[in-house]
Design a protein around this ligand. Structure first.
Ligand SMILES: NC(=O)c1ccc[n+]([C@@H]2O[C@H](COP(=O)([O-])OP(=O)(O)OC[C@H]3O[C@@H](n4cnc5c(N)ncnc54)[C@H](OP(=O)(O)O)[C@@H]3O)[C@@H](O)[C@H]2O)c1
Length: 252
């Protein structure tokens, strides 16, 4: 592998995180790829063998204490300190305040909010220490996949949406906390993306295909990956800190 940046990507077994991993590896980066499904990570590593970069699969549950620290330490052992962390892992929850399954609320909050907060703190702590050591001479990036429903209230999807509202506020707060050290904390807010997301959360297939018919073609994970690559490629003094991308025909 050439001398390129080293990254950690969560949610790499599927959808957006998987596409970002592929994109970064094509660009020559070393990527620690995380997610619970070890088999899928192995398949991804095989698929990307022969690309300029490399993948180190590391399966784990993101709500487990110490998970992020383990991912960053694995990157450092393999290639040297990571300077990119992409937080893509997350899940949805169909339904309204009255209509959603309350038995899933706690898990949703633990995955989409608390685990991401722990990821942000763990990663920012490591990046801050490194930046203090090198005087911020190197740019470091933390990229978080939020959502359009974390910016505009969705009456159809408010419980999931509220976890993204919460994460969006963390991203901007952390950006302000660490920007002086040349650490860029970036929020990407996709609209509808065709991925494993809908099936994993149990969204109604007929409803989703209706959305696709009305607003499609929908985004594909590679569309988001391209934006992430563009953000990372900006010169050190330029930060695209908040980007919303939607299918052109999606209204809200
Ligand atoms: N698809 C959309 O329309 C859309 C729109 C806006 C924003 N987003 C956001 O984009 C991000 C990625 O979603 P996606 O569309 O790529 O969905 P996806 O295809 O379902 O991918 C979700 C990823 O998150 C991982 N994950 C879920 N729970 C986890 C846990 N407890 N521990 C570790 N990893 C976990 C999954 O891996 P394992 O199951 O293997 O653990 C999977 O790799 C999410 O944050 C989502 O909220 C999606």
């Amino acid at each position: 592998m050439s001398q390129q940046r080293v990254a950690v990507v969560t949610g790499a077994t599927s959808g957006i995180g998987r596409a970002i991993t592929g994109r970064l590896v094509q660009e020559g980066m070393g990527v620690v790829a995380a997610g619970r499904r070890a088999g899928r990570l192995g398949e991804l590593a095989e698929e990307l063998a022969g690309q300029p970069g490399a993948v180190l699969p590391l399966a784990g549950e993101m709500t487990q204490p110490g998970h992020t620290e383990e991912l960053l330490a694995a990157a450092e052992r393999e290639w040297g300190a990571a300077s990119v962390f992409v937080a893509s892992a997350g899940r949805g929850l169909p339904g309204t305040v009255l209509g959603s399954d309350a038995a899933q609320w706690r898990e949703l909050l633990e995955v989409n909010y608390l685990a991401v907060l722990h990821q942000l703190r763990a990663c920012a702590a490591v990046f801050t220490k490194q930046a203090e050591a090198d005087g911020g001479s190197q740019v470091r990036d933390i990229v978080v996949i939020g959502s359009t429903v974390g910016r505009q209230v969705s009456a159809a999807n408010p419980v999931y949406g509220s976890t993204k509202f919460a994460v969006h506020s963390l991203v901007e707060a952390l950006r302000q906390e660490v920007c002086a050290l040349n650490i860029r904390v970036t929020l990407i807010e996709p609209g509808f993306v065709r991925s494993g997301f809908q099936e994993a959360a149990g969204y109604d297939t007929a409803w989703f295909e209706g959305v696709a018919a009305a607003s499609g073609p929908l985004l594909v994970p590679e569309d988001v990956a391209e934006v992430v690559q563009f953000v990372l490629d900006r010169p050190k003094h330029v930060h695209l800190d908040d980007i919303r991308l939607r299918p052109t025909r999606q209204k809200a």
